[in-house]
Design a protein around this ligand. Structure first.
Ligand code: FAD
Ligand code: PYC
Length: 406
């Protein structure tokens, strides 16, 4: 890009408005996953005649609503391997995308307040160690050393017995991840269309042949759906059944404070988690709302429940203000693992079921979905996430590692 008035330098990516008549691949959804898939299609496979169609603005879905925890301390060896591959990409991603993602390794504690929770922590620690990921069980003294501000008795409500400590646990600037992938995909020729909604998928003889959009018809024989909480609306367009249900997940931030919280803390029993962002806000969330609901509204009930438990852990925060709260639409699967790969419809690829856990997977999901599209075959790393596992009764049970309560 030049800097002349005819070719002004774009801030991050070109402002594409009129889609072409046809593309080699169309990606529905300009969240982190769709943009990462576009980036790796271009970078790893030289497939650049690609359109990313986003009905709102890029990163405006769950990517820009999440609480940015990146970790690989999962429960199944398949899950640990997959998320570990993502953590490894994240560690060098600012350099790769030439954009500061504020990736910050903090160490992640999953607190256990009961003996049964301790058992799950030991189980996860052993699976993690077996796969080569740095996680181990620690006692209250080690937790206090890492976070002296934490009341280990939780105001007498639920004394902490120990925790799963995961050294690589990190946080990042969520929307920068979407911007970085968009910027680099655009540089390689991918076209990104904001305010462009896919309204239908055209098929012929069991194959994808195009998409209808708010900006007209586009022909293509490869379509990736990467729309998280909107997945049922897209799968409905091609009569594809999945077991995904949508539940709201809410979060909030406090007013900014000087840095004091170095670690990421999660309490499954109190249903809360907290970290401090690079601009000083406490980033906090709790469990899924217990009902199916397609909405991004946030509630008083949420923030009251959350702050009650956060002040059990940190009584001195009782006068600190919550300054923003919001909701996202989490696409939940029965086994709390994603759905990735090919589908029975030729040329229709699915990246979904990211529920409350997909931000950390953005790089590796992009990379593996790009490979699936380029080769029309899913790599081994994501085979246990295939859609057909539900009819084969071969679930990949990750509920015990899902972080927030369910
Ligand atoms: P999205 O970012 O939602 O992008 C999908 C895009 O598709 C949207 O921008 C949407 O507008 C677009 N779209 C939908 N339908 C259409 C259409 N018909 N046409 C065109 N565009 C369309 N995960 C973690 O790993 N760590 C966390 O700490 C964490 N915390 C979370 C906290 C909250 C409050 C929430 C809600 C989620 C959290 N998650 C977390 C989960 C994570 O946010 C998601 O799994 C992840 O962001 C999904 O990314 P995505 O790119 O697939 O989807
Ligand atoms: O997956 O670590 C996670 C997470 C934390 C909060 C929501 N998801």
């Amino acid at each position: 890009y030049g800097l002349s008035s005819e070719h002004p330098a774009p801030r991050f990516f070109r402002d594409c408005t009129e889609p072409k008549k046809s593309y080699d691949a169309v990606i529905i959804g300009g969240g982190g996953h769709g943009l990462a898939a576009a980036y790796y299609l271009a970078k790893d496979y030289g497939i650049t005649n690609v359109a990313v169609l986003e009905k709102g603005y890029i990163g405006g879905g769950n990517t820009g609503r999440n609480t940015t925890i990146v970790r690989s301390n999962y429960l199944t060896p398949e899950g640990v391997n997959f998320y570990d591959a993502s953590v490894k990409i994240y560690e060098d991603l600012s350099e790769e995308l030439d954009l500061n993602l504020f990736y910050s390794t903090r160490g992640h504690f999953t607190l256990a307040h009961t003996e049964s929770a301790m058992r799950t922590m030991r189980w996860r620690a052993e699976v993690n160690k077996h796969v080569g990921v740095e996680s181990y069980v620690v006692g209250p003294e080690e937790i206090s050393k890492a976070c002296p501000q934490l009341d280990i008795s939780c105001s007498g409500q639920a004394p902490i017995l120990g925790a799963l400590y995961h050294a690589p646990g990190s946080v990042a600037r969520h929307d920068a991840v979407a911007w970085g992938y968009a910027k680099e995909a655009d540089r390689m020729g991918v076209e990104i269309f904001q305010m462009t909604e896919v309204t239908g998928i055209d098929t012929k003889g069991g194959k994808v042949v195009g998409v209808n959009t708010s900006k007209g018809y586009i022909s293509t024989n490869r379509v990736l759906s990467a729309v998280a909480g909107f997945t049922p609306r897209i799968t409905e367009m091609v009569d594809l059944q999945t077991p995904i249900v949508i539940h709201p997940l809410q979060a909030c931030v406090s007013e900014p404070m000087k840095p004091w919280l170095d670690t990421i803390l999660v309490s499954g029993s109190l249903h809360v988690y907290v970290s401090q962002s690079s601009r000083g806000e406490l980033v906090m969330g709790s469990s899924l709302d217990p009902y199916e609901f397609h909405s991004t509204r946030s509630s008083l009930d949420f923030v009251e429940g959350l702050t009650t438990h956060i002040t059990d852990m940190f009584p001195f925060l009782s006068n600190v203000k919550v300054v923003r709260q919001w909701g996202g639409m989490a696409d939940i699967t029965p086994d709390f693992a994603p759905i990735m790969g090919k589908t029975p419809l030729e040329g229709f690829y699915l990246d979904a079921g990211w529920g409350t856990w997909g931000f950390k997977a953005t790089p590796i999901s992009g990379k593996t979905m790009a490979e699936t599209i380029a080769k029309d075959m899913a790599p081994d790393l994501i085979k246990s996430f295939r859609l057909s596992r539900f009819e084969d009764y071969e679930l990949t049970g990750e509920k015990g590692a899902a972080s927030v309560g369910h």
